[in-house]
Design a protein around this ligand. Sequence first.
Ligand code: MGD
Ligand code: MGD
Ligand code: SF4
Ligand code: MO
Length: 723
Amino acid sequence: MSNEFSRRNFLQLGAVTAGALAVGQMLPPAVARAAEAAGMLNSSGDGYVPSMCEMCVWRCGLLARVKDGRVVKLEGNPEHPHSRGHLCVRGQSGLFNTYDPDRVLNPLIRVGKRGEGRFRKASWDEALDYTASRMLQIKETYGPEAMVFSSTHNLSQVQFENLLYAFGSPNYGTQRSLCFNAMIVANMMTYGMEEPERIYDEDLQYIILTGRNLMEAISTSETGELSAAIGRGVKVIYLDPRFTKTAAKATEWLPIKPGTDLAFHLALLHVIIGEGLYNHRFVDSYTVGFDELAAEVEQYTPEWAAPLTEIDADTIRRIAREFAAAAPHALAHNGWRTSNFINSFQTQRAITILNALVGNWNVTMRAAGGEGSSALGSIPQPPYPRISAQRLDHVPARFPVVPLKLGVFQELRDSILTGDPYQAHGWFISRQNPVMSLPDRAKTLQAFEMMDFIVTVDIIANDTAWFSDVILPEASYLERYDPLLPVGDRAYLRQPVIEPQGEAKSALWIYKQLGERLGLGDYFQYEDEEDYINQQLAPLGVTVDDIRSKGYVDLPPGEEIGFEWNTPSGKIELFSDTLARVGFSGVPVWDAPPEPPEGQFYLLTGKVGQATQFGTQNNQMLHKYADEPRLWFNDTVAEDRGLADGDWVEVISEVGKAHIRLRVTPAIRPDCVYLTPGYGHLSKGLTTAFGLGASDSALHVTYTDPISGSQALSQTFVTVRKV
Ligand SMILES: Nc1nc2c(c(=O)[nH]1)N[C@H]1C(S)=C(S)[C@@H](COP(=O)(O)OP(=O)(O)OC[C@H]3O[C@@H](n4cnc5c(=O)[nH]c(N)nc54)[C@H](O)[C@@H]3O)O[C@H]1N2
Ligand SMILES: Nc1nc2c(c(=O)[nH]1)N[C@H]1C(S)=C(S)[C@@H](COP(=O)(O)OP(=O)(O)OC[C@H]3O[C@@H](n4cnc5c(=O)[nH]c(N)nc54)[C@H](O)[C@@H]3O)O[C@H]1N2
Ligand code: SF4
Ligand SMILES: [Mo]
């Protein structure tokens, strides 16, 4: 990364505070005791230990090479279906997260003002006693619902949820509404299941990727499958207003106008139905509502969609015919982070229905195989207290078809500010950086201001921890155990490759200790992490010591259960009565997204291969690989406006400003700009990342799809001016 960002000044500034946070760097390494006892490491700490990556939520299997008690290399475990012997660049860099000089290695209690970054070290006893007493104070004064909990998907989340449900709060914010609510709710309404499994087999011929940038927004196994498919000559149609690395590998890149993917897919449905190209047998046997769908899409001709999408009608018609001809060996990909516009649910519905119409089911898609988790033991616990308080995210009251599990996190944040239907007073956060990941950062910080107490569990002083009252340091994924992860017919183990540095502890330990102090000890009936895993393994007749060196245990084959569409009609619902009954259209309909006013641009976001979200920019190895974050700006527009590559500009939205340099490029539509997410950190405790780039979260206006509760990230419009 470029040094042009006078980082040095920031480093000096940050040194007092950030330096005080970390204490354990260069601690003498302690050989992981259990790995040594199992013979995987010798007494001087040399060997290999199998475990799982945690640099993103995909959790590939890894083999950690340990030398002199330090991790020196991470490799993909060939025995794990998510990695198949490979780790992506983030996975390979994971040891730099563990050995980050900015790691927080002691519990910290805030001493300065919020956001000032002044903390003092505390013992675990003090930090946990203090946290529990503040949480109990809030519970006694305002009720348990006044404590908000939030966390992003992780292996110990089951115990995080245990803590919050036992505490009695209905208020739980997860990344889901920031990420994939639209896709999940669309699949639920259509198929009665969350997400089908995609099959990239030898016969696959045709893929439509709608903003699914698999070459940069990586899931090692699926990215590998797509690469192999491309190698076999599979035709890939890729829709994205940006020319991404996936666009570069695709057969055709369609720089669609943002927010109009719905029009594109409605027109595909029009052609496929109008020309009778659908799979009649499949539609007759497995779907309901074909007539209603056909009546609705009759109006959505390719000629109608062309001016909206800026893709010509002949191209749309040709793609519809090619897709139908390739079916059932064709796949319309649902995408992952599908939260672009308030019409994202309708877009997702149109995509799911497209797959059903041509009968791709069981060929390129199948019901996600039930993981053999039911074969694992669970930890005994009493029933949870009944919760009568409404949820601050207004699910289900304002979002009748959003499952409780998904929720609407950005709405929860907004209700903290409005106090509707009641005022929240405390926030418990784990493995999440909502200060950066929620849209409109200033609003999130205002919500923090309303809090009497904030506690964050993290491995570094991320931006959220920086504004917290207590930071509880988790041991990194190479230093700890987590609950077993069932994938297919095996359950995989995360185990310590090295002993935790400093005073860092596993989340399993932290939640139990806190639970006991909150009077909820009965909900945490495990002695320690190994006992937890042994209780999970008990029905299989093995212990953690038996599975360490392989890193997994085989699960008994699950009972063959016939698959049924879990919808009210028991069929694929092209028309959904559930939607119609709560006042939404039962079939997908065109819903025009707002467009930027004259002179403004769509602000696009999107992952880069070298970073995960808002949590890895401080990793010193990834930092070396990362491009300097700049604002992508169309070359012809730049010329018109007299702007040049490298110019500093001010980007202004309705809610925030950013100061950033331009990357002038033909790789983006003239009406869009793009900013890499994950930069512009506020925490000076991140000495590598602080001072780099600008935050798109500070610019994002909060818009929510009224059906799925997904945030709408491409719906923010900005002006750009030279400074
Ligand atoms: N390296 C890396 N890999 C990751 C992650 C990471 O942080 N880093 N995160 C993981 C997670 S949590 C997720 S959810 C997935 C996300 O994976 P993807 O769903 O692929 O998501 P993004 O990269 O966020 O966005 C994809 C593209 O959408 C485009 N886009 C924006 N608006 C529109 C629009 O209106 N129409 C169309 N067609 N395209 C549009 C953007 O230009 C961007 O290139 O990636 C996962 N994999
Ligand atoms: N502007 C913008 N906003 C977005 C997106 C975008 O592309 N652009 N993407 C959206 C998407 S798809 C998602 S999924 C969300 C993600 O939103 P978040 O989940 O809030 O973001 P992350 O950066 O993944 O936060 C993970 C946090 O976990 C910490 N961490 C890492 N390892 C450990 C560990 O072992 N233990 C603990 N306790 N903590 C650990 C990291 O330091 C980091 O602070 O953001 C959404 N928001
Ligand atoms: S995709 Fe990369 S970062 Fe994510 S778990 Fe796999 S190796 Fe780790
Ligand atoms: Mo995500």
